[in-house]
Design a protein around this ligand. Sequence first.
Ligand SMILES: CC(C)(COP(=O)(O)OP(=O)(O)OC[C@H]1O[C@@H](n2cnc3c(N)ncnc32)[C@H](O)[C@@H]1OP(=O)(O)O)[C@@H](O)C(=O)NCCC(=O)NCCS
Length: 201
Amino acid sequence: MKTLSFHPTDPNEGACIPSADMGKSATTKVLLRQPRSEDGVVVHQLVKNCPPLDENSIYCNLLQTSHFAGTSIVAEIDKQLVGFASGYLVPERPDTLFIWQVAVTQEGRGQGLAWHMIQGILRRPNCIHVRNLETTITPVNTASEALFRSVARRFGSTFYATVMFERERHFQSLHDSKWLLRIGLGNNPVPRLNSTSSQQG
Ligand SMILES: CC(C)(COP(=O)(O)OP(=O)(O)OC[C@H]1O[C@@H](n2cnc3c(N)ncnc32)[C@H](O)[C@@H]1OP(=O)(O)O)[C@@H](O)C(=O)NCCC(=O)NCCS
């Protein structure tokens, strides 16, 4: 498997070249950056190709890549979009970053891309006051749960889950219940990798 090295266009994106990777030669450069509205359609395609994610309208993706660009991120390899994470600061609770969706292409998976994108958002100056990370998952999505369990573990945090949108009450049985996951980041809004996580990238 190729080794990825992460390069932000902005130092606040949280560049991270895992120490275990530095000596290896076959390194693929991943660019992490804030999305632009011009990314909207490509983001739409990426999400569409990442079941079981809900596909949003292109218009929604355009808003994510413009109004919510400050709390969203894209990952590129050779100018091809390989990852996208959307998020926003919860209205009335600006200390909470809600991660809306995380999508990584099939080929890009299992190499720390999702983790680096989440970290990249949290390192931005506009997230300096963030103390909690929230997201929703459907329990059948084991990858999603594993990702956020891993994020919680990396922060040394508890992993707290409650039903947020119920299958019958909110979705009229059109969708499985969505569970709200809450991960406390403590007083350390900028994640600092410990020795174990830096190896994992
Ligand atoms: C879920 C998804 C975003 C993960 O992306 P990724 O770049 O492969 O994730 P990472 O490599 O950063 O992995 C982070 C952690 O999640 C775990 N993980 C990721 N995918 C997993 C899977 N399919 N099964 C079990 N664990 C998984 C990794 O093992 C890692 O944990 P670790 O630190 O204990 O090793 C990707 O598989 C995807 O796009 N899936 C389809 C869309 C989706 O379901 N998104 C869910 C989030 S809204």
